[in-house]
Design a protein around this ligand. Structure first.
Ligand code: KMT
Ligand code: NI
Length: 183
């Protein structure tokens, strides 16, 4: 995982758009974004499943499935899914992804600066994008990612595009409140 401020220069969303200003784990945590690295190297100890099970248990992520973001994986939905992923939105639940292969960019809106922070995720990265935070996702130029999606009860991935209404959504308000005293 590498995180930096997005350069805001127009152009292909799959390119890095690296402004050269970096940020770190501690800062992401202060924004409610959690990250763990869980090695996928099967030569090391108990294997990633055990570690993912442990974190899932600790945080109450009871269920999971996998998503394969490729033309083959998404079929007819490929174009519409990819454009929906990259539209700025929020959810009423955490978006939890463990990267199994490939790579991509999660962009999260920093509050209150309203700047994009771009997070490059790679295999072994487990990322929690909290409910109520504005974010978006794009593939990078590798053009493929496979991830485990973890969720608490039923999946609740309805994306709410950012708007004056979402600014007063309960989950958004709660998210903003959670930042007070966290930074
Ligand atoms: C999402 O909801 O934005 C995704 O599932 C993105 C692909 S998984 C890394
Ligand atoms: Ni999302």
């Amino acid at each position: 995982m590498r995180a930096y401020y997005f350069d805001n220069i127009a152009g292909d969303q799959r390119l890095p758009h690296d402004s050269g200003r970096y940020t770190d784990h501690a800062h992401l945590r202060s924004l409610g974004v959690l990250h763990w690295n869980v090695s996928l190297d099967s030569r090391l100890g108990g294997g990633w499943e055990t570690e993912i099970d442990r974190i899932a248990e600790q945080h109450g992520y009871k269920n999971r499935d996998t998503i394969d973001v490729t033309k083959e994986g998404l079929g007819d939905l490929y174009d519409s899914k990819l454009s929906a992923f990259f539209e700025e939105h929020m959810h009423e639940d955490d978006e939890i992804r463990f990267i199994l292969s490939g790579s991509g960019f999660f962009d999260i809106r920093e509050h209150p600066s309203n700047e994009w922070i771009r997070i490059h995720v790679l295999p072994g990265d487990l990322l929690v994008v909290p409910a109520g935070i504005y974010h978006r996702f794009t593939l990078d130029t590798l053009n493929q990612i496979k991830a485990l999606r973890l969720f608490k009860e039923e999946p609740n991935w309805t994306p709410y595009a950012r708007s004056p209404e979402t600014d007063s959504n309960d989950y958004r308000v709660r998210y903003i409140k959670s930042l007070e005293g966290a930074a």
